[in-house]
Design a protein around this ligand. Structure first.
Ligand code: PEP
Ligand code: MN
Length: 342
């Protein structure tokens, strides 16, 4: 961190600031005295330094961070990729391509069991399905709630696929005890109280990117979970809000290589929520693989036209069969190209 001081800042005040920084944050402060102003260069772990506090000091003109404000999620402090392994053996981030597929919402036992079976046959490694649904309108279907969780567990029993489902409240954490991967949806990416509580449990958390969040804000949310001791975080790019209206969101695929550079955490892509259109899911899935994603989350419904949520972006099982075949074929070719490059 570099702190530029105001011209003619008094020597005593500079010393007080330097001492406060060194004592409170255990950093080394180098001082460069220029003709006009003085600059402080901080060396050490500056993640705990509150920039607002620095700005509030009356000798301070400007502050610039040269190091990211996140530490546990930062690749600089953890160069190797994080591989998340489930007790049932599935791995995420180990170089394989994981596919989480299933309906937006769990609707009936027949529906979830049928879709689970079909996506499994096509090569999906996880079953997704919402039991608690964050809907834009309070009048839309809100999910089957705890009954939906039970139906997901039933589908897991039938297919052996681990389940991924979204949590919306801290008070539901106990209810999610036997869920394999807990999803934090885009709308809750900055629900810091929820993130802190999820940091205390030993279970993988799928953290979706917020609707209008920067990559740094997203990584800071991952940091919230990791700061509590839970390092099993999987990031999910699901499109962000831009001025574009042709798609539901704008899929920020460059986030994948950016995250790979900045963080060691696995990152997957959700082309369904990103585009809002089933016709775009195949191409964006392939593009996500080419961007280096560790996996995909794809919505699949037995009867999209009559789905209780997100029918327009849901693939039929038949369409999913084709997409899965193509993404696995592309992944094979991608791995080969990358191997030849080494
Ligand atoms: C979902 O996965 O069903 C969902 C609501 O996603 P998002 O939080 O990305 O909108
Ligand atoms: Mn959905």
């Amino acid at each position: 961190m570099i702190i530029v001081l105001k011209p003619n800042a008094e020597k005593e005040k500079i010393l007080l600031l330097k001492n406060a920084l060194e004592e409170n944050y255990k950093v080394t402060v180098n001082t460069w005295v220029g003709v006009e102003s003085t600059v402080l260069g901080l060396i050490g772990d500056t993640t705990h330094i509150d920039e607002d506090w620095v700005y509030a000091q009356d000798v301070v003109e400007n502050v610039k961070r040269v190091q990211e404000p996140y530490k546990k999620a930062n690749r600089k402090f953890h160069p190797d990729n994080t591989v998340i392994e489930l007790p049932t053996g599935q791995k995420i981030g180990d170089g394989s391509l994981c596919i989480m597929a299933g309906p937006c919402s769990v609707e009936t036992e027949e529906q979830i069991n049928y879709v689970a079976q079909r996506v499994k046959e096509a090569g999906a490694t996880f079953l997704r399905g919402g039991a608690f649904k964050p809907r834009t309108s309070p009048y839309s279907f809100q999910g089957l709630k705890s009954e939906g969780l039970d139906l997901l567990k039933g589908a897991r029993k039938v297919t052996g696929l681990p389940i991924v489902t979204e949590i919306m409240r801290v008070s539901h954490i106990d209810m999610f005890e036997s869920v394999d991967i807990i999803q934090v949806g885009a709308r809750n990416m900055q629900n810091f109280e929820l993130l802190k509580e999820l940091g205390k449990i030993d279970k993988p958390i799928l953290l979706k990117r917020g609707l209008s969040s920067t990559i740094e804000e997203w990584l800071m949310s991952a940091e919230y979970i990791m700061a509590g001791g839970n390092n099993k975080v999987i990031l999910c790019e699901r499109g962000i809000r831009t001025y574009e209206t042709a798609t539901r969101n704008t899929l920020d695929l460059s986030a994948v290589p950016v995250i790979k550079k900045k963080s060691h955490l696995p990152v997957i892509v959700d082309p369904s929520h990103a585009t809002g259109k089933s016709s775009l899911v195949e191409q964006m899935s392939l593009a996500a693989v080419a961007a280096g994603a560790d996996g995909l989350m794809i919505e699949v419904h037995n009867d999209p036209k009559h789905a209780l949520s997100d029918g327009a972006q849901s693939l039929t099982p038949e369409q999913f069969d084709i997409v899965a075949k193509k993404v696995f074929a592309l992944k094979k070719a991608y791995d080969e190209i990358m191997r030849n490059e080494e």
